[in-house]
Ligand binder design. Structure first.
Ligand code: NDP
Length: 484
């Protein structure tokens, strides 16, 4: 079925962003040349090279950690919470003022649709800084003490570059820590713009240091002996490597890792609303979402009807130019990620699941994958067990609430889940039985700075957001799994 509603293109102008041909590292309040090599960051929607970026060497990471230590000892940890809050409020306001610039740059470097970077990412980034600014002078009421840990080494992924930066930096600074942060190799540009914002806000030098690079730079940060706290978001595989690297040290660690969330639809759910939630759950941000609702569990009695409505809805999704304000699904972030999505989808077909992709014309250049759904999926299929991290939904059915719980929990992950039903009592009993850090009821992918986020099992440990997000940036707490 072709799209019945054709829209004229409505591209957002990229004139607002000023992308430099090359970028250095942000250390001790200044942009400096790195001592290592450089790499290119590309626009995944066009494959255009956007800029040459410094790859921080061990020596650069060491300089950044030293700057962070000095800033912590001499300035930031001595400042009153109320003074620190002023800086955080200032940063939050500048993010709002420069919101359009940040959103356009995020969409260019990451490939996500402008309506998401503009209406979701950037507003939540600002909200995070406002929220933790509010805590900075009230830490005595947090229940976790008031003493910062020192220097935080933070490594973030490419799916929400600026948002993950905010989740990491805002609570760290509010508690009096200083940071060395590494953005992902494919999406460094908004973190570098954030560094400019730190300068604009007159943040004391060394409080925030941004070092770009790949896995080796990340390794150098997490294993640096003068880093007191490691905060990581990314794949479970790298999370495990980091846990091994810091084992035996007295570094505090939080890990936000992968997921394979069940989005559970009961037969009494408002089905059109549920279909919107399914679409949002798996196609938001091209499915590059750790808490994506990548496994749809639908009650057998309404399975056919839900699939009909879902396919009809998927056929109306507009895939294409991330800067077009009408675009629903943007570009896949990198050639590597596209190859991984293709590989797992091919395995899904080979293992016997039935594949259906929304009819859409994909652009000739760039990295693209049509929104796809697999039916006839069993729990043994790899597409039901592994994180695909793309716009691919695996559909399973169930008959009773207990069967739904058993299937939902049959995964090494435990990050999030969704429940769709008219019955409040069923929502509560499901929420109690699902082993997931977040359970959404009759909605999906809702984020708020006041609400803690994090996982069970192989989805990691520690919580980000809310009062709980302060715990792992203050002394007096210990590393612990969410299961303990
Ligand atoms: P990674 O986990 O490799 O990357 C996350 C961050 O860690 C990046 O900044 C990366 O650097 C850095 N890094 C890589 N190796 C190390 C290391 N040994 N020590 C410290 N830091 C390190 O994710 P990928 O980008 O490689 O994606 C691979 C898969 O992971 C995806 O296909 C997806 O399934 C999953 N993923 C899950 C995420 C989630 O939130 N659950 C987020 C991102 C990916 P750099 O990228 O610059 O090399």
């Amino acid at each position: 079925m072709s799209n019945p509603f054709e829209y004229a293109p409505a591209p957002e102008s990229r004139a607002i962003v000023d992308i430099k041909p090359s970028y250095g590292l942000f250390i001790d309040g200044e942009f400096v040349d790195g001592t290592g090599t450089t790499f290119k960051t590309v626009n995944p929607a066009t494959e255009e090279v956007l800029a040459e970026v410094a790859e921080a060497s061990d020596a650069d990471v060491d300089a950044a950690v030293k700057a962070a230590r000095r800033a912590h000892t001499r300035v930031w940890s001595r400042m009153s919470g109320a003074e620190r809050a002023k800086y955080l409020y200032r940063i939050a306001r500048i993010i709002q003022e420069r919101g359009r610039e940040l959103a356009v740059l995020e969409s260019i470097d990451n490939g996500k649709p402008i309506k998401e970077s503009r209406d979701v990412d950037v507003p939540i980034v600002a909200a995070h800084f406002f929220y933790y600014a509010g805590w900075a002078d009230k830490l005595q009421y947090s229940g976790f003490g008031t003493t910062p840990l020192g220097v935080a080494g933070q490594v973030i992924p490419w799916n929400f570059p600026l948002l993950m930066l905010a989740w990491k930096i805002a609570p760290a600074l509010a508690c009096g820590n200083t940071v060395v942060l590494k953005p992902a190799e494919t999406t460094p540009l908004t973190a570098l713009l954030f560094a400019e914002i730190c300068q604009q806000a007159d943040l004391p030098p060394g409080v925030v240091n941004i070092v770009t690079g790949a896995g080796d730079t990340g390794r150098a940060i997490v294993s640096h002996p003068d880093v007191d706290k490691v905060a990581f978001t990314g794949s479970t595989e790298v999370g495990k490597a980091i846990a091994r690297a810091v084992a035996g040290s007295d570094k505090k660690v939080t890990l936000e890792l992968g997921g394979k969330a069940a989005n559970i639809v009961f037969d009494d759910a408002p089905l059109d609303q549920a279909v919107e939630g399914i679409v949002n759950g798996i196609f938001f941000n091209q499915g590059h979402v750790c808490c994506a609702g990548s496994r749809l569990l639908v009650q057998e009695s309404v399975a056919d009807e839900v699939m009909d409505r879902l396919k009809r809805r998927m056929a109306t999704l507009r895939v294409g130019d991330p800067l077009d304000k009408n675009t629903d699904v943007g570009a896949i972030n990198s050639a590597e990620q596209l190859a991984k999505i293709r590989e797992l989808s091919a395995i899904g077909e080979a293992e016997g699941a039935e594949r259906w992709s929304a009819p859409c014309d994909l652009p000739a250049n760039g990295y693209w994958f049509a929104p796809t759904v697999f039916t006839g999926v069993s729990q043994a299929h790899r597409i039901a067990r592994e994180e695909i991290f793309g716009p691919v939904l695996s559909v399973l059915t169930f008959r009773t609430p207990s069967e739904a719980v058993e299937k939902a929990n049959n995964t090494p992950f435990g990050l999030s889940a969704g429940v769709w039903t008219d019955k409040g009592s069923l929502i509560l009993s499901m929420a109690n039985r699902l082993r997931a850090g977040v359970v959404w009821a009759n909605t999906f992918n809702k984020f708020d700075p006041t609400s803690p986020f994090g996982g069970y099992k192989e989805s990691g440990y520690g919580r980000e957001g809310g009062r709980h997000g302060l715990e792992d940036y203050l002394k007096g707490t210990s590393v612990k799994g969410a299961d303990s």
